[in-house]
Design a protein around this ligand. Structure first.
Ligand SMILES: Cc1ncc(COP(=O)(O)O)c(C=O)c1O
Length: 190
């Protein structure tokens, strides 16, 4: 999942020069191998170590090295997030333990009672249940439409649509309609 919130402090200022590269002209393969990783500050290990740890020592209250608890931030996961963000051309990325955890976090962060979501008909069943059974009782209305149909999509993307949710390729149909959906993105209301 890629978000547009402010970057966490530990990710500020990151660029490819941090991992021995010096610009933005690298291809997908190079970014896939190198982006977001730099030698481990403790040992110099080139490959990012797997930090199997939970809680991090703080010098004093509020004085940490960018990590306090692994559920919210872990050096290994941060390296993955930086790499995925570089591959997606995003400012930063947030990784979750499961796909539906990511979808749920997105919805809880952005949606309020009274909001409306337009969702592709071709989405994972768990996503449908999340909108229909979990979020609907909180006053969030999801409209499921054929997002590959431009007219349908245009009609659906009316105020107060908070966001458009599509999967491409979709599970399980492998339907791909992001180009059409993207062309019809609504005026931002976030
Ligand atoms: C498109 C999509 N979203 C969400 C999920 C749910 O992922 P998870 O089981 O990791 O929560 C899946 C699982 O197959 C999926 O295909």
């Amino acid at each position: 999942m890629v978000t547009t919130q402010e970057k966490p402090p530990r990710d500020r200022g990151f660029n490819l020069s941090d991992c021995g590269s010096d610009g933005e002209s690298y291809g997908f393969e190079t970014l896939a191998l190198h982006a977001g990783a730099y030698p481990d500050p403790t040992t110099g290990a080139i490959l990012t170590p797997i930090y199997q740890t939970t809680t991090y020592r703080q010098e004093a209250v509020g004085q940490d090295k960018g990590f306090t608890y692994s559920r919210s931030g872990n050096p290994t996961v941060s390296a993955l997030e930086r790499r995925l963000a570089a591959l997606e051309g995003a400012e930063f990325c947030t990784c979750y333990g499961t796909g539906l955890a990511a979808t749920t976090a997105l919805c809880l962060a952005l949606l309020r009672a009274g909001d409306r979501v337009v969702c592709s008909q071709a989405v994972y069943g768990g996503t449908v249940r999340l909108f229909r059974e979990v979020l609907a009782p909180f006053g969030v209305q999801a409209e499921f439409v054929d997002t590959s149909d431009e007219k349908t999509l245009t009609n659906a993307l009316r105020e107060p649509t908070r966001f458009l949710f599509i999967e491409t390729p979709a599970n399980p149909t492998l339907k791909s309609d992001w180009r059409r959906a993207w062309r019809k993105k609504p005026e931002p209301c976030w």
